[in-house]
Structures are given as structure tokens and as C-alpha cells.
Design a protein around this ligand. Structure first.
Ligand code: ADP
Length: 516
């Protein structure tokens, strides 16, 4: 059974038992044969075990080789995996990059589109605004030109009203007539101031004014303004006191005409609203760095004062203290507006301190430049000079017939004789022939203007005083009259006192200077 089933250990055991039993039985040949069987079987088993061991070894070697191979393959796979990862990352990054770039490009494109649209919109708005601005500028220009023309046209008849009233008042009117004439004069003067103020504001609004840099003497300017207001101060029994800091250099650079206007308005108001009191004009050197000066100005009075509420508005156009004040003191409500605008032109701002019943103080600082300081001391004195006009011979250059009559009458009143030239050319010819004491030159005339006629006259006569009489219009500039050779300018319509004063100053004071 063991043989049939190849059970070697049972076969071996059976052969070993047979060997032992045959040996004990003395059957040595059989015992040897069974022993040989044992050896044979053992050999076979050895061979089998050996081949099994070899196979095992070979298997082991193969397994090891395969393990190694698997390891190598795994390493390769790992490597491949890694490189695959890298490629993937690169691919992802590239994709992300491309997406970002595309988003950027899209947003740039959209931005651009929006920009273009906004630009278009801005362009349209800009055009609209420009058109609106042009329209506003044109409307403003139309307004200023209209105002300028209207006030200009008003001046000629006004000149007749004020001039004739003055003449009538001097021709011994009856008491009754005197009252009416005084009212007429008051109304005429009021209209005259009003028109001049409107023209001035008109000029400021039209930006036709600019601050000049002219050589001037501040003390002289202040003295002249105070002198010109002396009459009204006297009528109000008010004293004008000038406190002038002598440290202020006598030669300054600035715009004396506009400065005078500021002072005339402020000192004029001080006098107007102060009865039996005092108006003090202060000019003080506040700072001096080389030729750069800051001068502090104050015009204070002890008159009626201005209440707190009104202090905020009185610098606005047509604003006055109150209806009562206007009734009692008159005025147009434009004076302080002009002052504020003119000071604005100099980069300065006006301040105000006032208490009702106690008085008012208007103050501001001005930055001016000093010129090389020459000793030119002008004493401050209120001069009320009575000139003796009798015997003077003057040339009146004027195209308007009514004005000719009035001017002639006003001159005759002071025993001045005069010739009349109807236009510029006639005037030049007459000055060549006759030696006049003075020429009153209208500026706006048909043919050559007064300015051109003055230039012609100055070519052969440098001495005769020429006073320009002009209704200053929008485009006129006082500076150009002086540049043409005029000695002085009187703005039309003028007050008779100013008219005589200017003639006297220019004939006698200039003569005095030339003689000296
Ligand atoms: P007006 O021509 O009416 O004087 P202004 O613009 O010069 O116009 O002044 C405006 C108002 O300010 C005046 O009506 C007056 O009520 C007030 N005012 C100006 N200056 C003084 C002053 N020195 N004292 C009192 N009130 C003043």
C-alpha cells in the first residue's frame, strides 16, 4: 500500500523492520537487500530533498531577483509618478496662468471699453459745459457791455443836469428855487456816484482791472484823498486825523489810483456816518524784509457804528445798514463792495470792528514793495487853496454841443476865457497857433481820439497842461492817458469843485514846480 501510494517514510520503516527481522532470523542476504532498498530510498529522498533545496535556492534567488526587479520597477514608477506630478503641476500652473491672463485681458478690454465710454461721456459733458460757459461768458459780456453803454449814455445828459444845476445855483436863485435846485443837485450827484460805482463794479466783474506796479508816494496819496474829502468833513463838523508811520519808505511800488479809491470810499464813509466826531486814518509799517513791506491800514471813526448782524452783509452789493440809514445818509450800497473787490485784487482782505453808537474801524494789510528811498518829504496838511483863475485862457476840446455850453459857462463863472475845438484835429491846429494856459481834452470823440490828439500836441508842446475829461468806459485805462501825455484825468460827469480844483492844481502847482 505504501509503495502503491509512494509513502516513503512507511516504505522506509517497512524496509528497516524487514532488515532487522531478516538479520535476527539470520537471513542476511534478504536483510542486505532490504538495507539496500533503505539506502536506495534514502538516496532518492536525498536527491529529492537536494533538488528541492536547489529549487528552493533557485526560487529564493529568483524571488530575490524579482523583488529587486519589483523594487526597481517601483522606483521607476515612483520616479515616473513624480515626473508625472511635476508635469501635472506645470500643466495646472500653465492653465491657471492662462486663465489669469485671459481674465486680465478680458478685464483690460472691458476697462478699456468703459474708459472709452466714460471718455465719450466726458467729452460730451465737456462740450456741454464749454458751451454753457461760453454762453455764460457771452451773457456776462453782454451784461457788462450793456451796463457800460447805458451808464455811458446816461452821463452826457447827467453832465447837463449837474452842470446846469451848479450854474443856476450860482445865479442868485430865489429861496424857493434854491430848495428845488439843491434837491436837483443832490439827485444829480447821487446819480453820478451811482453810475460811477456801477461802472467800477462792472469793470471789476469783467476782469478788466488788474493791479499795477507804479512808483508812488503813499503819504501823498493819503493827503490828497483827505484833502478832497475835506469839504464834506467840514460840513459834518468832523475832523480827519492822519497817523502816518514815518518808517514807511516814501517811494513805493503799487497801484495808487485803485488805492486812492479804497481810501476815498472808506474815509468817505467814515465822514458820512460821523457827525461832529473824528475819523482817524492810520498807516503803520507792520513788517519789512529788504524791499518787501507789509503796511497796516486802519480807518476808524466814532460815528453811528454798525450792528453785529449787518456787519456780515454790508460788503455785499447794494447792501446798506438799513432803510432808515439810507434815508438819512443816502448812498448806493456799492462803496464797500468796490473796496472789497479792489483789495481782493491786491490779495488783501478787509476786516471790520464796530459797535453801534460808538464807531467803526475798517482795517487791512497790504504787501507793497519799496523803491530806492529818495528823500522826498511831503508834509501832511489840509490845503484848501483858493485859486485866482481870472484871465486864464483855456482850450476846451469837446464834440458835444451841450457839454461845450456847460463847460464854457463853468469856466466863465471863474472869469476864465476859452476857445472851443470840436474835434481832435481842430484842437491840434489851434494849439499850434495859440498859447493856452491849459487844455481840457475830451477823450471819446469822432475822428481822432483825445488820446491821439494829446500825442500829436506833445510832439511840439511839452509844457501846456492837458487834463483828460473822460467818462471812463470799460476798455479805457487811466494809465494810457498818462502815457499819451495827459497831466491829469477828470472823470465825467464831474463835480464842479473837483473840476476847478484840478484846473487850479495843473496850472498853478505845475507852474510853481517848473519855476522852482
Ligand atoms: P453806501 O454807499 O450806502 O455808503 P457802502 O457799501 O459804502 O454803501 O456801505 C454800506 C453800508 O455800510 C452803509 O449803508 C452803512 O450802513 C454801513 N457803513 C459803512 N461804513 C460805515 C461807517 N464808517 N460807519 C457806519 N456805518 C457804515
Amino acid at each position: 500500500m505504501a509503495k502503491a501510494n509512494n509513502f516513503y517514510s512507511e516504505i522506509l520503516e517497512a524496509n528497516r523492520l524487514l532488515t532487522e527481522s531478516n538479520e535476527k532470523l539470520g537471513l542476511f542476504e534478504s536483510a542486505l537487500a532490504y538495507n539496500r532498498n533503505i539506502l536506495h530510498i534514502k538516496d532518492s529522498i536525498f536527491t529529492i530533498e537536494k533538488s528541492l533545496a536547489e529549487t528552493k535556492t533557485a526560487d529564493n534567488i529568483q524571488t530575490k531577483f524579482m523583488k529587486d526587479e519589483i523594487g526597481r520597477q517601483e522606483a521607476k514608477i515612483e520616479e515616473l509618478n513624480q515626473s508625472k506630478n511635476r508635469t501635472e503641476i506645470t500643466a495646472i500652473l500653465t492653465a491657471a496662468f492662462l486663465i489669469v491672463i485671459s481674465i486680465l485681458a478680458i478685464s483690460l478690454y472691458r476697462n478699456n471699453q468703459i474708459k472709452l465710454k466714460t471718455n465719450d461721456l466726458l467729452h460730451t459733458k465737456n462740450n456741454e459745459l464749454q458751451a454753457a460757459r461760453d454762453a455764460a461768458v457771452m451773457a456776462m459780456e453782454a451784461k457788462t457791455n450793456f451796463l457800460s453803454t447805458v451808464s455811458h449814455e446816461l452821463r452826457t445828459p447827467l453832465y447837463a443836469v449837474t452842470g446846469l444845476t451848479h450854474l443856476l445855483l450860482e445865479e442868485n436863485p430865489s429861496e424857493n428855487q434854491k430848495e428845488h435846485l439843491k434837491s436837483l443837485k443832490f439827485s444829480g450827484d447821487y446819480l453820478l456816484n451811482f453810475i460811477n460805482d456801477i461802472l467800477q463794479i462792472n469793470k471789476i466783474d469783467a476782469d478788466k482791472l488788474e493791479a499795477l506796479q507804479i512808483d508812488f508816494n503813499l503819504k501823498k496819496i493819503l493827503s490828497e484823498v483827505i484833502n478832497s474829502l475835506h469839504q464834506s468833513a467840514k460840513a459834518n463838523k468832523t475832523k480827519i486825523v492822519l497817523e502816518f508811520d514815518e518808517d514807511i519808505p516814501s517811494h513805493l511800488l503799487g497801484d495808487p489810483l485803485k488805492l486812492s479809491q479804497v481810501f476815498i470810499n472808506l474815509i468817505g464813509n467814515g465822514i458820512k456816518f460821523t457827525k461832529g466826531g473824528q475819523v482817524t486814518v492810520i498807516a503803520k509799517l507792520a513788517k519789512k524784509v529788504e524791499e518787501n513791506l507789509t503796511i497796516y491800514f486802519e480807518i476808524k471813526d466814532n460815528g453811528i457804528g454798525i450792528d453785529k448782524e449787518r456787519q456780515l452783509t454790508i460788503f455785499d452789493s447794494f447792501e446798506q445798514g438799513s432803510i432808515q440809514i439810507n434815508r438819512e445818509y443816502g448812498g448806493t450800497g456799492l462803496g464797500l463792495t468796490i473796496v472789497k473787490s479792489l483789495l481782493g485784487l491786491f490779495g488783501s482782505k478787509i476786516g471790520l470792528k464796530s459797535e453801534i453808537g460808538k464807531g467803526s474801524s475798517f482795517f487791512f494789510e497790504l504787501d507793497l514793495k519799496s523803491k530806492d528811498d529818495l528823500i522826498d518829504d511831503i508834509p501832511f496838511e489840509i490845503t484848501e487853496v483858493e485859486y485866482d483863475f481870472a484871465g486864464l485862457h483855456i482850450l476846451v476840446v469837446e464834440d458835444n454841443k451841450i457839454n461845450q455850453v456847460i463847460t464854457k459857462k463853468m469856466l466863465n463863472k471863474k472869469e476864465i476865457t476859452c476857445d472851443i475845438a470840436n474835434n481832435g484835429l481842430e484842437a491840434v491846429a489851434m494849439v499850434r497857433k495859440t498859447d493856452y494856459d491849459c487844455i481840457l481834452m475830451d477823450i471819446h470823440m469822432p475822428g481822432i481820439s483825445g488820446e491821439e490828439a494829446t500825442i500829436e500836441i506833445r510832439k511840439f508842446n511839452r509844457l501846456v497842461p492837458i487834463i483828460a475829461l473822460t467818462a471812463i468806459s470799460l476798455d479805457d485805462s487811466l494809465e494810457s492817458f498818462y502815457a499819451a501825455g495827459c497831466n491829469d484825468v477828470v472823470t465825467k460827469p464831474f463835480k464842479p469843485e473837483v473840476f476847478y480844483q484840478k484846473i487850479g492844481e495843473n496850472i498853478f502847482d505845475v507852474k510853481k514846480k517848473i519855476e522852482a
